[in-house]
Ligand binder design. Structure first.
Ligand SMILES: [Zn+2]
Length: 261
């Protein structure tokens, strides 16, 4: 009798686990994990957002060695919008703020492995110490490996801002970059990852294809104008942690939360 009960419990647990796996698989099917980098340097203790050049090189080598399908961010949008299943191991890579080390440290590694990435630049910062200049931006854009996106003109909080300010930050920044690189700018990044319905609409109206946040607040996971990302930082130095962070399941779990960061 006891044995039967034990078998029943084991059977139930196995079935429940299998059911949970199928459910999670269906839920995560269309997700493309999007990685968020900032500066590639050794200042992780100051910003907590830096990844060392050595660690970054190891992570890119990992993606290359394990045959990840790294796609440009804007190519991830249709999978998310149409809830289509991307090929296994599909991810996208982004960098915020336009640090000069994206050119000196990250770009050579990305070129080496032919890994595409998007860099979000802040117009006001371009050419100032520690940040990319227009020549570097144009060279990377022309390479076909790097997509340039807008991270606004001044990196100012967009919430509850005036219409004219919103337009200047969202639409004018797009025009300025397009004028400099001679290409359409299709991707946008909200400063501090914060958006509301007005700023989101301004991004859509300006003609962007998609936009990234850090936290989705209560956005729909299918919304291509509030794509959430996985923050890659010093804690991702361990490749096992990195591997977990770039998985669909991790991205799905993170999307369930509503906290800001
Ligand atoms: Zn930023």
């Amino acid at each position: 009798m006891r044995k039967n009960k034990f078998r029943f419990i084991v059977g139930f647990v196995v079935l429940a686990a299998a059911g949970a796996c199928v459910w999670l698989f269906v839920q995560t099917a269309y997700i493309v994990p999007v990685l968020m980098y900032h500066s590639i340097d050794h200042n992780d203790k100051i910003t907590k957002l830096s990844v060392s050049p050595e660690s970054f090189a190891r992570q890119m080598e990992f993606l290359h060695k394990h045959h990840y399908n790294v796609i440009p961010l804007e190519k991830a949008a249709p999978y998310i919008a149409k809830k289509e299943r991307p090929p296994l191991k599909t991810i996208a890579i982004t960098f915020d703020d336009g640090f000069e080390n994206n050119y000196t440290e990250a770009y050579p590694v990305l070129k080496k492995y032919n890994i595409p990435a998007t860099i979000f630049v802040i117009i006001e910062k371009i050419g100032s110490p520690g940040f990319l200049n227009w020549a570097q931006i144009k060279e990377m854009s022309d390479s076909g490996i790097i997509t340039i996106g807008s991270h606004t003109k001044t990196h100012f909080w967009l919430l509850e801002s005036k219409d004219s300010f919103l337009k200047s930050e969202v639409a004018d920044s797009k025009d300025i970059i397009e004028g400099k690189i001679g290409k359409k700018v299709n991707v946008f990044c909200y400063p501090m990852g914060s958006f509301d319905s007005r700023s989101k609409k301004a991004v859509e109206d300006a003609g962007y294809v998609c936009a990234v946040a850090t936290s989705p607040l209560k956005a729909n996971p299918e919304d291509v104008f509030t794509i959430r990302r996985a923050k890659i930082s010093r804690s991702s130095d361990n490749l096992l942690v990195f591997w977990g962070e770039i998985s669909r399941l991790y991205t799905w779990f993170k999307r369930q939360g509503t906290e800001t960061e």
